[in-house]
Design a protein around this ligand. Structure first.
Ligand SMILES: NC(=O)c1ccc[n+]([C@@H]2O[C@H](COP(=O)([O-])OP(=O)(O)OC[C@H]3O[C@@H](n4cnc5c(N)ncnc54)[C@H](OP(=O)(O)O)[C@@H]3O)[C@@H](O)[C@H]2O)c1
Length: 271
């Protein structure tokens, strides 16, 4: 039986690489995105349904899940991948932006999961894979909002895995490191306010260090392969760091006390 995956945020980066990999591996793919009319490559692939899903739009979630079920008859794996990073000094960020960050990265993930769960429950099981981040376990400066959302994804996924085990559904967390996608470009929503002079030296130091950190990240295919492993290893393992950098950093974090680890982050950012 051909298995089916539904992916959010398939227009670029990790979501797109994952859609292609699962397609190559013979899966049916429900490649969802906010603007499917712009897509040409995935649309041309057999057994790939490109359909609209904006995680902030409830009706689009319901209709994308419905369209996927109508086309392929089942969903075996949900990949909650859609997300972006809101950064900047909290004082400078309008609450509307803060709410949007949690709405997309957390509430959208919950709502999409809720829309797929009735099907997984009735069909006897499946897997929900949530794209977290090293940023769900460690923090970088000026990432109050982004890390808030990814720490939430870590916690909610761990808590959810208990109850979903009772209906045969595994919950898994894939934790990428630094990945060469649009994340550092159009998905990096940085807010600053020059009039808050006390923060500006800190902001400049962060931006210089952050630009260097973004160079030479993993290819999104590395994360796609980790998602594939999580979807197919038939274990109830919860966490999958993606790539050598994430694996090493998260192992270091687990082995190090707060003061020492955070001291290392400060040194890395020249703080
Ligand atoms: N790149 C990294 O270094 C890194 C590291 C750790 C974790 N991650 C996580 O990986 C995930 C994917 O990011 P990426 O690196 O692949 O960046 P990306 O190429 O910028 O992809 C982000 C995706 O999220 C989609 N998206 C944003 N808001 C959405 C919404 N309201 N509804 C549906 N889709 C929405 C974007 O769609 P549009 O095309 O419509 O904007 C795009 O497809 C994110 O959850 C991110 O936090 C990335």
């Amino acid at each position: 039986m051909t298995r089916t995956i539904l992916i959010t945020g398939s227009s670029s980066g990790i979501g797109r690489a994952t859609a292609k990999l699962f397609h190559e591996q013979g899966w049916n793919v429900i490649a969802t995105m906010r603007s499917p009319e712009k897509e040409t490559e995935l649309t041309a692939l057999e057994n790939v349904l490109v359909t609209r899903l904006d995680v902030q739009d409830s009706a689009s979630i319901t209709s994308a899940v419905g369209a996927g079920l109508e086309r392929f008859g089942r969903i075996d794996v949900l990949l909650n991948n859609a997300g972006y990073g809101a950064f900047g000094p909290l004082e400078a960020v309008p609450m509307e932006k803060a709410r949007r960050q949690f709405d997309v990265n957390v509430m959208g993930l919950l709502e999409t999961t809720k829309a797929v769960l009735p099907h997984l429950r009735v069909s006897g099981g499946g897997t929900v894979i949530n794209i977290s981040s090293i940023g769900g376990k460690v923090t970088f400066p000026l990432g109050t909002l982004y890390h808030g959302t990814k720490f939430a994804v870590e916690g909610l996924s761990e808590a959810l895995h208990y109850e979903l085990a009772t209906i045969g559904v595994n919950v898994k967390l894939v934790e990428p490191g630094i990945v060469d996608t649009d994340f550092a470009g159009r998905s990096f929503d940085f807010t600053n306010d020059d009039s808050l002079t006390e923060y500006q030296e800190f902001v400049n130091t962060f931006l210089t260090a952050q630009a260097q950190l973004a160079v030479g990240g993993d290819k999104p295919e590395v994360v796609a392969e980790t998602v594939y492993r999580a979807a197919t290893d038939e274990t109830d393992r919860l966490r999958y760091p993606a790539g050598p950098y994430a694996t090493e950093l998260l192992a270091q974090r687990a082995a190090t006390d707060d003061a020492t680890f955070i001291g290392g982050i400060k040194a890395q950012f020249g703080l």
